[in-house]
Design a protein around this ligand. Structure first.
Ligand code: UDP
Ligand code: MG
Length: 321
């Protein structure tokens, strides 16, 4: 590949929701690693409306190290909104997005940055191991990524939220007017010169995971919705299948009566009515899901609202860029 050597500054972006125990620790750890490697950097925390002392910890960290900045949301908008807000404030040459709980290894930052220096615009962090997650969670995540990969048309297991992006890629992602995007897949969608860094998911340093089964299901549905219109086609395929079944059923009944057998009556009618009713309900559910998404998009509500900022050169505002 034709890549050019370059140099510049790195912004480390950390979305944080109730991470009071991890802020100072992650700021120190990142600063130590990047300073040892002589990388010019800034750290940007986005406090996603935390209800604990996270914002206070971010302010303290920015007083201790002037390279640390912070944005504070007016309420919890979700990790995608937090990442998007940081990208809107990305004014350096490249950035790495990573979790504030130190589950993404800080050791890989320098490796990613060096790949950017070599000319790669997107450096994907790819998980080799899903840490200490429970068997059920691993299976559910595996099934989700298989479904997403099939729907989106590329291997979702080869991407994660831990990644480096060049400023040009950030500009593209920020200019996308869609409200509900899926950060992990958007960098794939954007293209550009890509490299991969493999990493092991580490143990959470403090606090606990914010994902409940309900929030994971909602997240999965939204992401499928933003990346494929296939469920719309499923309605059509289901309709064709039911029609096919009905035709076969009618033919069998006709042949049987032609041969002198009485055609099955009530059981068949009840079966057909129930089947058709349930199919209509499923179809309406899928359509409702898409209509709700359209409603969400046309409302043009901001994806985040910044209520406070700390550190230098931070712009306040909302996600309507
Ligand atoms: N996070 C966030 N907003 C939320 C939920 C999570 O900014 O509404 C952040 C969280 O603080 C962490 C990252 O997203 O830095 C990953 O969250 P978590 O550790 O809960 O997810 P897991 O690692 O369990 O997948
Ligand atoms: Mg985590």
């Amino acid at each position: 590949m034709d890549v050019k050597q370059r140099t510049g500054s790195l912004m480390v972006i950390l979305p944080a929701y109730n991470e009071e125990g991890n802020i100072q620790r992650s700021a120190d750890c990142i600063a130590e690693k990047l300073e040892a490697a002589s990388v010019s950097y800034r750290i940007l925390y986005v406090d996603d409306g935390s209800t604990d002392r996270t914002w206070e910890c971010i302010r303290n960290a920015s007083e201790k190290n002037p390279k640390v900045r912070g944005l504070h949301f007016s309420r919890n908008f979700g990790k995608e909104g937090a990442i998007f807000a940081a990208l809107c404030n990305m004014d350096l040459d490249c950035c790495v997005v990573m979790d504030a709980d130190l589950q993404h290894p800080v050791d890989k930052l320098v490796e990613m940055y060096h790949l950017w220096e070599l000319g790669y615009d997107v450096v994907e962090g790819v998980k080799t191991d899903r840490g200490q997650e429970g068997l059920l969670h691993k299976k559910a995540a595996g099934a989700f990524y298989n479904l997403m990969s099939w729907a989106a048309g590329f291997d979702m297991k080869r991407t994660s939220d831990f990644k480096l992006l060049d400023k040009n890629v950030v500009d593209v992602l920020v200019s996308v007017p869609e409200r509900k995007t899926f950060f992990r897949a958007m960098s794939f969608w954007a293209g550009f010169r890509r490299a991969v860094v493999e990493y092991d998911v580490l143990e959470r340093e403090a606090g606990e995971s914010k994902w409940s089964t309900r929030s994971l299901v909602r997240y999965a549905l939204n992401n499928i919705g933003s990346f494929t219109e296939k469920p719309m086609y499923w309605i059509m395929y289901m309709g064709i299948a039911i029609l096919g079944g009905d035709v076969i059923y009618a033919l069998i009944a006709l042949i049987r009566s032609a041969l002198g057998h009485p055609a099955p009556r009530n059981a068949g009618v009840i079966f057909a009515v129930l089947l058709t009713g349930s199919m209509i309900m499923i179809a309406m559910g899928i359509m409702g899901f898409y209509i709700a998404r359209i409603f969400d998009e046309v409302r043009q509500r901001p994806r985040f609202i910044i209520s406070e900022a700390c550190g230098s050169e931070i712009s306040m505002g909302t996600g309507t860029v």
